[in-house]
Design a protein around this ligand. Sequence first.
Ligand SMILES: *[C@@H]1O[C@H](CO)[C@@H](O)[C@H](O)[C@H]1NC(C)=O
Ligand SMILES: *[C@@H]1O[C@H](CO)[C@@H](O)[C@H](O)[C@H]1NC(C)=O
Ligand SMILES: [Zn+2]
Length: 425
Amino acid sequence: MKLSTAIFQILLGPLALAGAVPKGESKITYGGYKAFRVATHNNPAAIKEKISKLSAVTYNIDNREHLDVAVPPQEIAAFEALKLEASVLHEDLGADIAKEGTVAAYEGVSAQAVPSLTWFNAYHAYADHVTFFSDLQAAFSNQSELVTAGTSFEGRTIFGIHLWGSGGKGSKPAVYYHGTVHAREWISTKVVEYIAYNLLTQYGTNTTVKAILDKYDFYILPVVNPDGFVYTQTTNRLWRKNRQTRSGQSCVGTDINRNWPYKWELTNGASTNACDETYKGLAAGDSPENKGLVAFTLGLKNSKGIKLFIDWHSYGQYILFPYGYDCSLKPANYALQSSLAAGTAARIKLSYGTSFTYGPSCSTLYATTGDSVDYLDSVGLAQYAWTIELRPTGSGTGGFVLPAAQILPTAIEQWEGQKYLLAAA
Ligand SMILES: *[C@@H]1O[C@H](CO)[C@@H](O)[C@H](O)[C@H]1NC(C)=O
Ligand SMILES: *[C@@H]1O[C@H](CO)[C@@H](O)[C@H](O)[C@H]1NC(C)=O
Ligand SMILES: [Zn+2]
């Protein structure tokens, strides 16, 4: 890397995560950045103070036990001299992003042919996801249609697919999935695509799958934050929020998963600072994406109701149910939710031994306000409203940058978990 580029990136790294990168900015490569997981032992402020003179980028949200930080190359020695209790997440974050981001070109299929499973061997550009879904829908047009849930800040359609079984279109309660609300959580896109793919391709051959799709209408929205997702591909792989600008604010982006109009007004689980990763917006539900998603959600609630909602995220390997906004609250059907989550975790583990922790969102992970799960539970009246945080745990390598070789195993274990859950729920 040329020195001038390096300096440019060093200057931009932290600002980028703070949301200040203007449009048309050149791509941040994170070349030579070394990523560490630093133990905080419930005192993240002390660690943050120690690293405050460095331009290290902190990129995890829950800092109670650890900070995940990416340290630019010229500061690695200074970071190591601090002798913090740390393990290495990426020897070279930029190299891992480059490897992961070798997005394969999607060739498409001839009319009405089923897309190939090789789709799940690589990550893809946003436009290819749109094409993949339209190809999948065209191949199974007797039991699917494309749906839309409004428009993003930059004008992209929030698209999805609706699947149904023998009862006909719209006849059953909804199973409703959101992927990629946080832009950098790429694996979530692939997982919901894999579930849609298997429901359709196995409906005609597998009685278990047929029974599931005959019992529920599925509404699968793979990229509910399209602007953020595109931005992670053009500019900053670690971007989280949407790309909404607001007058008088220099920082870009609202966290769509802190903007839902339920308990939004509470102050313990989101930020009022537009530069923060969990910025909640200026009013409940005021992001364009949230407006579209709320309307879509209410449509499902008011037709056949919502059996199950899952907001798919990464990373951490958690199954989380309500509530996010209050750590002392448990849902009315707590025992049932716990046992379903335990069963789902056990089924997930059977495939590759991957362990998932489960429990109420706030007490298990951290407090969140204006989040989708609380809204779907309390307003959407979903019987089950969950968040699933996919691989990895974070103690190994990966983080948001999960190697492409793990797409298929991650998707397979979740598909197994969903087949269990949908039969048992
Ligand atoms: C749709 O067509 C496929 C292929 O002919 C068939 O296996 C499936 O049962 C049909 N689905 C419905 C809901 O009729
Ligand atoms: C159908 O799916 C179930 C559940 O995953 C599985 O146990 C079974 O072996 C499959 N049957 C066929 C015929 O593939
Ligand atoms: Zn997330």
